[in-house]
Design a protein around this ligand. Structure first.
Ligand code: UT7
Length: 331
């Protein structure tokens, strides 16, 4: 183990979304909803839907491949792959192992991380430790979801919200003062029942009865989750800023979990952050859970919205309940 902590930063990003677009107008034909309701309550206009033959590892592979390319690293340089997902290809083996094989990251260990929509930021925090200590030089962190497989297409309160996609980041050593300069992770298990997929696990195994009751679908108490989201976005933001000795004004770019434009605007107002500094793409992809922050990050980087030395705050929240944030000084 290195005697001095090695600074970890994001040295490559990538993302992938399936081609198929499902608009609000398309949804009007499936459930009793309207473009007006979805747009005004969530800001979502359309989302992507994976092809029947695509699973989480396929989306993760595409995003991971692009992130490696962006970082300029051959696959064998990766020492660890972490895939954050709530929609793994299967219970086991992990989606990360399937991705390791697809990418030919032959020297990487691999595991999945379960923290729902917060998963990618949790995974960044975990991956960072391996670099800080010198245990690994390069870590590939991926958020990948095929949420359209676990929504009830007859439940208008949830099916309009979610979409499919994947985003990835390569973590590696960067100069002192750059990279992930502060981080925060939190969980409130007391709110576990507010956002769940209750069936298919060891509590309620998959049976004809559990399927009949729709327990294999997402179930959410939206209003409570909304309040939690706004509260923890403020708390998480303050915590990482304080830790870095910085103020909101020092931020150049704010990349929040894309669940609902009203949550993002509400939180931005509370922390007194102008919306010009906030990356929003929920209108085009809906809520892609663990994929949402890396998808938005990739967009910001590829559009040249982030430059060397910028202070970029990534923040996520979701089932668990969980929340996490990292503050990155772009290398
Ligand atoms: O990423 C994980 C974290 N998840 C979240 O961040 C989600 C947080 N929650 C939210 O974003 C919002 O609570 C929702 C978008 C889910 C719902 O918005 P809301 O303003 O809280 O609406 P609501 O649940 O209070 O529903 C208002 C009305 C209800 O009708 P009544 O009871 O007032 O007659 C719903 O039945 O809107 C109705 N409604 C719909 N109407 C048309 C609910 N969904 C729909 C729909 N289309 N899709």
């Amino acid at each position: 183990m290195a005697s001095q902590l090695i600074q970890a930063g994001i040295i490559g990003v990538g993302s992938y979304v399936p081609n198929k677009v499902l608009t609000n107008n398309d949804l009007e034909k499936i459930v009793n909803t309207s473009d007006e309701w979805i747009t005004s309550r969530t800001g979502i206009k359309e989302r992507r839907v994976a092809e029947p033959e695509q699973a989480a590892s396929d989306l993760a592979f595409e995003a991971g491949r692009k992130a490696l390319e962006h970082a300029g690293l051959p696959p064998e340089e990766i020492g660890l792959i972490i895939v954050a997902t709530s929609t793994p290809d299967m219970f086991f083996p992990s989606t990360a192992c399937l991705v390791q094989e697809k990418l030919k990251c032959v020297n990487a260990s691999a595991f999945d991380l379960s923290a729902a929509c917060t998963g990618f930021i949790y995974a960044l925090n975990v991956g960072k430790q391996f670099i800080n200590t010198g245990a690994e030089k390069y870590v590939l962190v991926i958020g990948a979801e095929v949420l359209t497989r676990i929504v009830n297409w007859q439940d208008r309160t949830t099916c309009v919200l979610f979409g499919d996609g994947a985003g990835a980041a390569v973590l590696g050593p960067v100069p002192q003062g750059r990279g992930i300069i502060s981080s925060y992770m939190a969980a409130e298990g007391a709110g576990a029942s507010l956002l769940t997929l209750p069936g298919c696990g060891s509590r309620i195994p998959l049976t004809p009865q559990s399927v009949e009751q729709g327990l294999h679908f997402i179930s959410m108490k939206g209003k409570e989750v909304y309040k939690f989201a706004v509260r923890v976005m403020e708390e998480g933001t303050q915590r990482v800023l304080q830790q870095a000795g910085m103020k909101v004004e020092d931020l150049d770019m704010y990349i929040p979990h894309q669940a609902n434009i009203r949550i993002i605007e509400h939180a931005a107002k509370k922390i007194k952050l102008p919306m010009e500094k906030v990356l929003v793409n929920v209108d085009r992809y809906g809520n892609t859970s663990a994929a949402s922050v890396p998808l938005a990050l990739d967009e910001a980087v590829k559009q040249g919205k982030i430059k060397s030395g910028d202070n970029v705050l990534l923040i996520g929240f979701g089932a668990g309940l969980t929340c996490a944030a990292v503050l990155v000084r772009w290398a």
